[in-house]
Design a protein around this ligand. Sequence first.
Ligand code: GLU
Length: 441
Amino acid sequence: MANKKEVKPKASAYTKDAPELKQVATNNHQGMFDAVLSRLDMAFSKLNPSYNFQQVIKSPQKQVMVSLPIMMDNGTLQVFQGYRVIHSTALGPSKGGIRYAMDVDIDEVKALAAWMTFKCAIANIPYGGAKGGIQCDPKKLSVGELERLTRAYTSAMSDIFGVDKDIPAPDMGTGKREMAWIVDTFSKIHGEDSPGVVTGKPLTLGGSKGREAATGRGVMVSCLEAMKKIGMDRKSATCAIQGFGNVGSNAARLLNSKGIKVLAISDHTAGIFNPKGIDIEAALLYAKENGGILKGFPGGKNISNEELLLADVDVLVPAAVQNVITEHIARKMKAKLVIEGANGPTLSEADAILFERGITVVPDILANGGGVTVSYFEWVQNKYGHYWTEDEVNAKHDASMTAAFESVWFNAKQFKTNLRTGAYITALKKLEKAVQYRGNY
Ligand code: GLU
């Protein structure tokens, strides 16, 4: 906690009066929810679901915005904005991560929540979709500030979250540490231990083996399945991975273990290319000992972000942020297969170009569904109070991801469309039935 005696706050030390504390938001996703709607329209035009259902699924069920006044370490007060959007509970309690980033806003959270609805439907797990976020730069906050912010957010959302209601998880900028603070705050407020209220927890608090690597593992399974379908030989295949956080680094490690040569990796500090293949174990070790970043990693020559996206490889895995595959990148990309590890990395306009160019895109709502799949396993284990081995978790995960891939591939072929629209169709078919059975009043 802040030592209030040491640093006296000014008479009014709110953000407005303390500009040095104000973290400037950079909004790079205007119209992200519109992009979801336009992709839904594309799927509606093929599937032709009822008009009533179209109305329902286009409208997020609940949107919550909170202001979180936090005492900073220097004794001043800063007010942060927090969000939680529940897009749909048609298939079960809503599920989705919490993101800490400067560009978080309601439009982004709405889009991400809708994607969670579709992702859970495709993964065939009994959840609806939600997403949350706090507009902040976690790298600029101390551990104490982050803890107070996370606990304040949980407290503000204590009526929204619930084991059978709405279950958060990690997303960009959050991890098991934040999930531990959430489960602790929620359990204290409700007066009972509630491990199942959040997933992605540390193992000792009821986390699941295999959860941390699960999203990267799902990327690997999706990649191998897609390679089989398009006849790409994995033993001679090369790939580039954008992002070396939880998703990118685990995807790199697992793809490499399957014989796919990773020629390029990057994070927000550096891009590295090695035509002979990057030593991924060395890169992982380097990042671990270098504050989690790749800057200075000596295993190849330095490249820009654009060079990574346009690298001469067979497979591109965007596993960092949204909106990186623009029309320009789509026109020049050399990869033949894109596996979307991040949420929303491809702009809608770029989709059409990639399709025309015969580039196969395994969409985010399928490719990165491994994380929420193992989140579901974690929740089931919490409910049972009985825990599985890592091999059991991985085997169930791989089977589930393979089945999801098959159903999306089947629908894409049947409706003569790309995998993205095929994925939306897979989700919408299931959701339409659920919405119909539930009825209206
Ligand atoms: N944040 C992750 C996602 O976008 C995981 C969500 C979860 O496990 O609930 O899929």
